[in-house]
Design a protein around this ligand. Structure first.
Ligand SMILES: C[S@@+](CC[C@H](N)C(=O)[O-])C[C@H]1O[C@@H](n2cnc3c(N)ncnc32)[C@H](O)[C@@H]1O
Length: 257
């Protein structure tokens, strides 16, 4: 059995109420498979951005089918643990420390817009990138850089899936706690769709959280699109904020990043 030390479990306290990481991870990966219209993730090469340890726990202890799982995270000590303890157990796994500044998790990292490559050989590509509880900790500059970067590594026909805190009363983007930027980053649906369009993605499907204690917040399944194409999947009329507003917000934030 693969055991994750408590210090490497970074899920929010309300998530723990749903069960141990191995179980919440299985539920989320099954949810992801369903969103892809599949029974499971068998055969897929998966990139997990902001991987934490939960899905490794599920893959190893829950015998999850997939072709390969590559985890990226800002936390070097945790990445070192996964490389030392998980990789020898399963050749499908690999982990890399990503050096990209994040307001909450990695203030010393490289400014997001300067990160143009992921830290593994350029010729690696994936069927699917997932970001669970990661965009919930990114300002628009950070989120845009992440979306743009991931786009380079997704195969034609592939997907990106992420959860986000999307609320009707958020005009574009806000930090729920201004004193702790990145702790709870919230978006409007329209702003996120624009950020996606600017970075070469279109929304395939969108689901809202089931209720306030749900295991996953809002989530978007996306597919590669021509970069800057804002004509696709813009959602219901009236929900899209002007691109100029999103850009202005990004520029303002960019000056602080
Ligand atoms: C709330 S945890 C979620 C972990 C995992 N995705 C899960 O659902 O169990 C957010 C993770 O994203 C990572 N993260 C956030 N921003 C990042 C960045 N810019 N680069 C790499 N990792 C980042 C954090 O280090 C943290 O492990």
């Amino acid at each position: 059995m693969f055991v994750v030390p408590e210090k490497f479990v970074r899920n929010a306290p309300h998530i723990a109420k749903h069960g141990p990481p191995v179980e919440t991870g299985a539920w989320l990966l099954n949810y992801l498979a369903r969103r892809l219209g599949r029974a499971d993730l068998a055969g897929l090469d998966i990139l997990d951005f902001g991987c934490g340890t939960r899905f490794t726990d599920t893959i190893l202890n829950g015998n999850l089918p997939l072709n390969s799982y590559t985890g990226l995270d800002a936390w070097l000590e945790m990445i070192n643990f996964l490389n030392a303890e998980a990789v020898p157990l399963d050749p499908r796994l690999s982990y890399y420390k990503l050096n990209m500044r994040n307001n909450y998790y990695d203030k010393a990292g490289t400014p997001p817009r300067k990160v143009t490559e992921l830290p593994f050989p350029q010729d690696r590509t994936f069927d699917l990138a997932c970001l669970f509880s990661v965009i919930t900790h990114q300002n628009p500059t950070e989120a845009t850089s992440i979306f743009r970067l991931i786009r380079k590594y997704i195969r034609p026909g592939g997907h990106m899936f992420f959860s986000a805190d999307i609320l009707d009363d958020v005009p574009l983007y806000r930090e729920a706690d201004e004193n702790v930027p990145g702790c709870y980053s919230q978006y409007s649906y329209g702003a996120l769709v624009q950020l996606l369009a600017m970075t070469g993605w279109q929304v395939v499907s969108f689901e809202k959280r089931e209720n306030d204690s749900a295991l996953i917040l809002e989530s978007l399944l996306c597919a590669p699109a021509p970069i800057g194409d804002t004509s696709a999947s813009l959602g219901p009329p009236g929900c899209i904020s002007a691109l100029a507003d999103v850009m202005a917000a990004i520029t303002r934030l960019g000056q602080r990043v």
